[in-house]
Design a protein around this ligand. Structure first.
Ligand SMILES: C[S@@+](CC[C@H](N)C(=O)[O-])C[C@H]1O[C@@H](n2cnc3c(N)ncnc32)[C@H](O)[C@@H]1O
Length: 198
């Protein structure tokens, strides 16, 4: 991770978070129930929003992001623990979480399919996965623009890819998608999926 990204992240995202993302996050995180795993929790922006869950275990690989998130644990209504780990190798037993939350992370994880397969392993059968991600837009010109911008964007924003086909990965990992809501012309989406076995 670059030197500046974790230090500036909250400042850069602040206006967008307050004006746009807050209500999207509130709606999504309010659905997290039981024992929750959050992947790539960053600076802990979701932590104060959990109000239905029993407990949250979060993983975050970047120590400085993790350190900043500890402040937000104090604002949380439920017990939250953060562990330093990456999404592609989760340090948990099989089928232990009722809900897995993933927000603005699959764009950055180097191997999103591996991370989703790991999420499926640790999520209970019929458990839910709640996602808020930016994805490749279903529009020829804008989609090509995202492809074109991604190499530069990726270098500036610590591996973030503008053009990930996240829905494809979720399906490939074997999750059953129950609903998709689109925001800002479909660049941002929320997804509710279930860990159903056929
Ligand atoms: C754009 S930030 C999003 C943070 C937070 N989830 C949010 O909603 O604001 C992306 C996060 O993914 C984390 N990340 C990067 N690689 C990861 C990996 N392999 N596994 C899990 N998280 C990862 C980064 O450290 C960073 O905290």
């Amino acid at each position: 991770m670059s030197y500046w990204f974790p230090r500036l992240y909250d400042h850069l995202m602040g206006p967008l978070e307050q004006k746009k993302f807050r209500r999207i996050r509130e709606k999504l995180i309010g659905k997290a129930k039981g024992k929750v795993l959050e992947i790539g929790s960053g600076t802990g922006i979701n932590f104060p929003l959990y109000d239905q869950a029993d407990q949250v275990v979060a993983i975050e690989p970047e120590p400085l992001m993790l350190k900043q998130s500890l402040n937000r644990i104090r604002q949380a209504k439920i017990p939250i623990e953060v562990i330093e780990a990456g999404g592609e190798q989760l340090p948990f037993a099989d089928h232990v979480f009722d809900t897995v939350v993933v927000t603005l992370v699959l764009c950055t994880i180097p191997n999103p399919l591996k991370a989703l397969q790991e999420i499926r392993r640790v999520c209970k059968v019929d458990g839910q996965i709640l996602l808020f991600e930016h994805v490749k837009i279903d529009h020829q010109v804008l989609g090509s623009l995202q492809d074109w911008l991604t190499p530069v964007w990726k270098r500036l924003c610590d591996g973030c890819c503008l053009n990930r086909d996240t829905i494809h990965y979720i399906k490939e990992a074997g999750f059953k998608i129950h609903s998709i809501e689109k925001y800002y012309k479909g660049i941002f989406i929320t997804i509710e999926a279930r860990n159903q076995y056929y």
